[in-house]
Design a protein. Structure first.
Lengths: 226, 226
DNA sequence: ATTACTATTTCCCGAGTAA
DNA sequence: TTTACTCGGGAAATAGTAA
């Protein structure tokens, strides 16, 4: 992915060639980067001519350090990549509403979950989940992406009666208007193309939804979490 | 600095190819990256074979997206660069102590400066500066580097009588033992090979220094500030 | 329009070797 | 030892063109 010039420049920077002069021979450099001594020599000459490094020959020992230009070159690449990895991308999920068997509502009225959701999401969830069946190519992959990025954790829990499975959530925007959360329950009988959504309000009322209506979910995901 | 594969992968990521399928032709891609259409086509084939991207031809329109592998590839480069730019490097300055004309002491007893230094550095400076003349090749460049990274600002100031010049400071470790600060005064009559150091204590006493004694200053600098 | 083949040129890596 | 030249082979880029 990096040219030889790039690899050498990066290697020199990693070795501390930013702050001080590195005593390194073309032979050593070639060994480290698994290239020939000749190539190392030639590329150093080119980097020097391009003003990206400076060399000095003190007696037999040669030393190398990056110039400001050389550091700038690396910095440019760094900022490009930084932008890619630190700018959230919007992933859009699309699917159709359908009715479940009311398990969502069942779980949400269990005090443990109700309390946890309110604590972690900052709202008291309406006691019912909206089931959405994703459609179209690529949707399941996107769902996996979103699940991977889901960063709000509801821990599993057990009391003397039974155990409660955990879940992961992530905030989303439904139909471009309403703040909701997608729930990925640890134990679910739904297949991978289904997601469950909760919100502080009744989403069916809010959007006048009937089974089969299409809805969209926009999720902001940082690529570094993928 | 990036190979064509790298440039194309980065471009696709920048265009949002992480989260969704991009509709982009080899002609457009070639234009954007200033390469030939043929090269764009060939490289896409290679990237696809390497498992870094996925393509789908929906009718005439072709779409491209990065695979997890492709994103991982970029992430590796990103983490290498991140390490380089976010790991502080230690810059070592070396020089000989000499006596000035007492201006350091003069300025440090001016209440404005005394107060400012204490506020910004977190210690009450001993009323006197230690003057150090840097020696050896590369030292002046290092000094410039350190000055550029100096991030503690003492603002200039004026009252009815006169104006007080500003300064920039940076923390350093003298002789590997004592926490000090290097002062880069805006107005100084010293040449570039001289730095002035202050500390909460009398450094001359602490290290039993006499004129001509050698001292070192270690400064931690984040490469991103250079 | 589009992608991608084949042919040609250009460029770059590394072997041999001088200094 | 060290760096860096010349040069031959091969990879990689573009041109031409088919589908």
């Amino acid at each position: 992915m990096l040219t030889i010039k790039g690899r050498i420049l990066l290697f020199l920077a990693e070795q501390g060639g930013i702050a001080r002069e590195l005593p390194i021979s073309t032979v050593k450099l070639a060994e480290e980067l698994k290239i020939s001594q000749q190539t190392a020599s030639r590329v150093l000459i080119e980097l020097e001519r391009a003003g990206l490094i400076e060399r000095a020959g003190i007696g037999r020992k040669h030393v190398i350090k990056l110039t400001e230009e050389g550091l700038k070159e690396l910095l440019e690449m760094y900022t490009s990549l930084k932008r890619v990895f630190e700018t959230p991308v919007e992933v859009e999920l699309e699917g159709y509403v359908f009715s479940g068997l009311g398990e969502g509502a069942y779980y949400l009225q269990i005090p443990y979950y109700a309390r946890k959701f309110e604590e972690k999401l900052g709202f008291k969830p309406y006691p019912g989940t909206l089931n959405i069946r994703l459609t179209g190519r690529d949707q399941v992959l996107r769902r996996l992406m979103v699940e991977k990025a889901a960063d709000i954790e509801i821990e599993s829990f057990s009391d003397e009666r039974r155990s409660y499975g955990g879940a992961k959530c992530i905030r989303a925007l439904m139909n471009g208007e309403e703040e909701v959360a997608i729930i990925f329950a640890e134990r679910t009988h739904y297949p991978k193309e289904v997601v469950e959504v909760i919100a502080p309000i009744c989403l069916r009322e809010r959007f006048k939804l009937r089974d089969g209506d299409k809805v969209t979910l926009k999720v902001r995901v940082s690529p570094i979490n993928l």
